[in-house]
Design a protein around this ligand. Structure first.
Ligand SMILES: *[C@@H]1O[C@H](CO)[C@@H](O)[C@H](O)[C@H]1NC(C)=O
Ligand SMILES: *[C@@H]1O[C@H](CO)[C@@H](O)[C@H](O)[C@H]1NC(C)=O
Ligand SMILES: *[C@@H]1O[C@H](CO)[C@@H](O)[C@H](O)[C@H]1NC(C)=O
Ligand SMILES: *[C@@H]1O[C@H](CO)[C@@H](O)[C@H](O)[C@H]1NC(C)=O
Ligand SMILES: *[C@@H]1O[C@H](CO)[C@@H](O)[C@H](O)[C@H]1NC(C)=O
Ligand SMILES: *[C@@H]1O[C@H](CO)[C@@H](O)[C@H](O)[C@H]1NC(C)=O
Ligand SMILES: *[C@@H]1O[C@H](CO)[C@@H](O)[C@H](O)[C@H]1NC(C)=O
Ligand SMILES: *[C@@H]1O[C@H](CO)[C@@H](O)[C@H](O)[C@H]1NC(C)=O
Ligand SMILES: *[C@@H]1O[C@H](CO)[C@@H](O)[C@H](O)[C@H]1NC(C)=O
Ligand SMILES: *[C@@H]1O[C@H](CO)[C@@H](O)[C@H](O)[C@H]1NC(C)=O
Ligand SMILES: *[C@@H]1O[C@H](CO)[C@@H](O)[C@H](O)[C@H]1NC(C)=O
Length: 475
């Protein structure tokens, strides 16, 4: 039973999903973000901070002044996985979530897939469950003694949230996506604190996601305009998880957003101007104004001029759920970008290899890798090693589970690259020559750190005989 549950959980992960194609995305009004773009980064010698002169001229100035946000990449690096000393590792997911919870004064709203934060929730107990236990206990404490309103929407019932409901007065609702759409799951992982701060990333509410599985997300502080936008997505889930709910023909205005791909929020992220919006999927869950995930992904791919770096767990251009079959929208977009005659774009695809990798994935990856004389595309697999007997015994761990895309223009960070129900942050920051305050550049550095690490290897397509002869060329 347990195994079946995990199998369902992980086989569902990261498949290009047909649901997204059910509603075609509105691109009629698409404005390209870089038209008339006047991002001019100048160095302020006194304060050593980047600021932007051009913002003075546009409405961005007022917005930016009110949205002085702080953003940080947070990562879970599996126990014992190390990098060279000069490689940068961002603060841990655990420390970030803990810091968020410590700020909470009024509310904690969590959108989640499954919950196994406590050691006893997983068949094999390992001492690295400590951090998950601590997050669980902190939540419990917030609800019990500090009387903070905790609301949780989840994909399935579990003992962790049952306890939080019983003892910490958490309001818990379960969203049955299958009931609403005939297939699918709630795969989203975000946290919103006091309508001010939030986390969006790949980390599940699972102790392994803090210490044994490689994850990446962003923490955003002091950013009410965006935090409130994430709350709107929470409200959608909350509404849909009421018993007997149905998807409204048109979402009422309180779920709608004015922040989207063609009208991103202009904010200051660590004193660096950025344009940012939150995309969502499936399309049926998108209220008016909300950019659909697929639209965001294809836009980010189409806007790239130099490189597209993608990190995902699984890469399969197929639909598993409704109407199973080949589904190549993103695969096509990547092939087009990698063969562009207008720009010399390098595509790097970093997928994950572990004991539960679906075998078909290698064929799809090789179908890209084998075309390397026609496409500027390289494909690698990242494998998290096992360093101890205990690590080998922890079920469904030791895997690179992060999903994000970084180009010369954008950072796209999702809980899922494409999903039945998921969200992503899209950040538009041009190429500054510094990493300071530049989330996009920092994400690029994370990608290249992993790409060049000893844990990444070019996909071995030796079962395709033509490939064996000349090995693999790195772009
Ligand atoms: C934003 O906040 C930082 C520190 O919190 C401060 O140094 C900076 O001056 C603020 N910027 C604006 C435009 O208010
Ligand atoms: C793995 O990490 C643990 C805890 O930090 C440490 O005790 C152990 O020696 C490490 N093992 C290896 C093989 O590095
Ligand atoms: C909840 O805990 C009980 C006993 O500790 C266990 O038998 C049961 O399988 C757990 N339920 C879930 C959904 O994990
Ligand atoms: C979700 O809905 C489907 C279809 O209505 C139903 O078969 C299934 O049992 C439900 N799942 C849960 C956990 O209630
Ligand atoms: C958020 O804003 C508060 C009040 O202005 C400030 O004290 C705090 O340092 C800010 N936090 C971050 C992480 O920027
Ligand atoms: C994006 O937001 C703008 C401004 O709120 C709105 O006019 C536009 O219709 C939205 N775009 C989409 C695709 O919904
Ligand atoms: C394209 O870019 C790659 C990587 O930056 C570079 O090695 C190659 O020489 C470029 N090709 C052309 C035709 O400019
Ligand atoms: C994966 O399977 C191989 C062979 O059965 C085993 O040696 C390895 O330790 C397993 N890895 C993990 C993480 O369990
Ligand atoms: C960034 O560096 C490049 C090459 O070093 C230089 O040509 C360019 O002017 C620099 N851009 C900025 C904004 O400083
Ligand atoms: C923004 O500032 C915070 C706190 O100082 C830091 O942790 C984070 O890495 C910075 N983010 C960026 C994108 O530089
Ligand atoms: C690919 O795998 C084959 C068969 O296992 C092996 O002989 C070959 O050395 C591998 N090639 C590379 C480049 O790793």
């Amino acid at each position: 039973m347990q195994v079946q549950r995990y199998l369902a959980m992980f086989s569902a992960v990261l498949l290009w999903l047909g649901l997204l194609t059910l509603i075609t995305c509105n691109t009629a009004n698409r404005q390209f973000l870089h038209e008339n773009d006047e991002f001019v980064a100048t160095k302020n010698v006194d304060s050593d901070t980047l600021y932007f002169e051009s913002a003075r001229k546009d409405k961005g100035l007022k917005e930016a002044a009110n949205n002085n946000c702080t953003i940080s990449i947070v990562e879970s690096i599996p126990q014992n996985l190390t990098y060279k000393p000069d490689e940068y590792i961002h603060p841990s997911t655990y420390s970030g979530l803990k810091a968020l919870l410590e700020l909470a004064k009024e509310s904690v709203h969590i959108a989640s897939y499954y919950w196994t934060l406590r050691g006893k929730d997983v068949d094999f107990y390992d001492e690295t469950a400590d951090e998950g236990e601590d997050i669980f206990n902190t939540l419990m404490d917030l609800g019990m003694s500090k009387k903070i309103s905790i609301k949780i929407v989840q994909n399935e019932e579990n003992n962790d949230t049952a306890l939080l409901a019983e003892k910490a007065f958490a309001e818990v609702q379960t969203l049955n996506v299958t009931r609403l759409l005939n297939s699918g799951i709630l795969h989203t992982k975000f946290w919103v604190i006091d309508g001010q701060h939030f986390y969006i990333g790949s980390a599940n509410l699972d102790w392994r996601s803090l210490t044994q599985v490689k994850e990446l997300g962003v923490l955003v502080w002091n950013c009410s305009c965006l935090a409130k936008d994430v709350e709107k997505l929470f409200d959608v889930y909350w509404y849909l998880s009421k018993p007997d709910s149905s998807i409204p023909p048109v979402w009422p205005p309180n779920y709608a957003t004015s922040i989207n791909m063609s009208n991103p929020a202009v904010v200051s992220l660590n004193n660096t101007k950025a344009r940012i919006y939150i995309s969502s999927s499936p399309p049926q869950f998108c209220a008016p104004g909300r950019t659909k995930d697929l639209e965001a992904i294809t836009h980010v791919i189409e806007q790239a001029e130099l490189f597209i770096n993608i990190a995902v767990m699984d890469y399969l251009p197929v639909r598993l759920y409704s109407d199973p079959g080949y589904w190549s929208t993103i695969d096509d977009a990547l092939r087009q970008a990698a063969s562009s005659s207008r720009f010399n774009i390098t595509v790097r695809l970093l997928a994950s290899k572990w004991n539960h990798t679906m075998h078909d994935m290698y064929a799809y990856l090789c179908s890209l890798a084998v075309l390397r004389s026609a496409l500027r595309i390289s494909v690698k697999l990242f494998e998290v090693p096992v360093y101890s007997e205990d690590q080998e015994k922890i079920p469904y761990s030791r895997v690179n589970h992060n999903k994000y895309m970084v180009t010369d223009k954008h950072a796209y960070i999702g809980d899922y690259f494409i999903t039945t129900a998921g969200v992503a942050v899209v950040v538009d920051q041009p190429q500054y020559n510094t990493t300071r305050g530049n989330l996009r550049k920092q994400l690029e550095d994370v990608f290249m750190r992993d790409w060049h690490s000893p844990y990444s290897h070019f996909v071995n397509c030796s079962h395709c005989p033509h490939l064996e002869q000349d090995g693999h060329a790195e772009l």
